[in-house]
Design a protein around this ligand. Structure first.
Ligand code: AMP
Length: 312
């Protein structure tokens, strides 16, 4: 059994109300792999980097049980680059630059050892690449999770809809759920998105947590109120990494287990936002992770007694 992660490995330039970080390590696949590596190995990584991406970053992931057999390095081009600026509320951001660079020419070939991976995390990427990876798998996957964003909905909606037919879990934010479904209500959006393929839909709502939709059931995982949110970049990917790591470790795909997976995802996301780039995610101890999971438990568990209504 193994996890397969596909996505960008990138440089990001980020501006938040707390400061700026120029050309720091980012990318969906990087965040997913770091977050998942706390729970499971091996992780089979599929990505592309350019001449500018530090080998030390590749090595750091390798040391955590991430296989680099599926990583392509182009020595004639630069890595994917993304620049974004967050609004004062930190929940919304504007993309300032998306330079595809190496990504424009990426046509992944899965190594033989990857083909039977059971837990698939298709990180935010061109839908055509996500599809190409699916086409190379052996068809015996336990779960296929897909993350995407408005950028791909704007420029490749038909291709995205084709991939969705083959996906079990879709993770997107609330505005993307509305854009994909054409529905304002998230409940109606979930109904429409289920019809497109994914039986599970996770709608991420930034600091306000995440909703899980499955058939006619809904679960809410809160966001941890944090004293200092420094940089939300990668929170969605860390969330996805925590989720797939937990699912692979426990090996069970059920609504009950998916709920716990959302809490593991929220936990990894809550660490991610505490610093720029991957700084916080690189050095977490078991104690601090367990403590955060308990905080989530306390944040949302309550007893309710059914008080009889007052007779007038
Ligand atoms: P998140 O904050 O979880 O949405 O992820 C942010 C990461 O996604 C950044 O590190 C970027 O490098 C990467 N990213 C931004 N735009 C794209 C895109 N269009 N396709 C793939 N990855 C992207």
């Amino acid at each position: 059994m193994s996890i397969l992660t596909v996505g960008t490995m990138a440089f990001d330039s980020i501006e938040t109300p707390f400061g700026k970080a120029e050309k720091v390590i980012g990318g969906a696949c990087t965040y997913i792999s770091w977050a998942a590596s706390y729970w499971y190995s091996p992780i089979h990584l599929v990505s592309i980097i350019g001449r500018d991406f530090p080998q030390s970053e590749v090595k750091a992931l390798e040391d955590r049980g991430v296989s680099m057999e599926g990583l392509v390095r182009r020595t004639d081009m630069d890595s994917f680059f993304w620049a974004g600026k967050y609004h004062p509320d930190m929940n919304n951001r504007d993309t300032l630059t998306t330079d595809l660079n190496v990504l424009a020419e990426f046509d992944p070939i899965l190594p033989r050892s990857y083909v039977s991976s059971r837990f698939i995390m298709l990180g935010n990427l061109t839908p055509a690449i996500q599809m190409s990876v699916l086409n190379q798998l052996d068809g015996n996957q336990a779960v296929i999770i897909l993350d995407t964003m408005n950028f791909w909905m704007d420029i490749a909606m038909p291709e995205l809809k084709e991939v969705l037919k083959r996906v079990n879990v879709l993770t997107i934010n609330d505005e993307e759920a509305r854009q994909l479904s054409g529905e304002r209500s998230l409940v109606r959006a979930a109904q429409k998105i289920h019809e497109m393929g994914p039986e599970y839909l996770v709608i991420k709502k930034g600091e306000h947590g995440a909703l899980l939709f499955y058939k006619d059931q809904i679960f809410f995982a809160p966001g941890m109120p944090m004293a200092d949110v420094i940089d939300p970049t990668g929170a969605g990917d860390s969330f996805a990494g925590g989720m797939i790591g937990y699912l692979a470790r426990t090996g069970e795909i059920s609504f009950k287990n998916m709920k716990t997976a959302l809490i593991y995802g929220s936990t990894m996301a809550s660490f991610c936002v505490e610093d720029f780039s991957l700084q916080k995610l690189r050095n977490l101890s078991q104690d601090e992770i367990h403590q955060r999971i308990r905080q989530f438990e306390m944040l949302s568990s309550f007893d309710v007694n059914e008080l009889p209504v007052k007779n007038n």
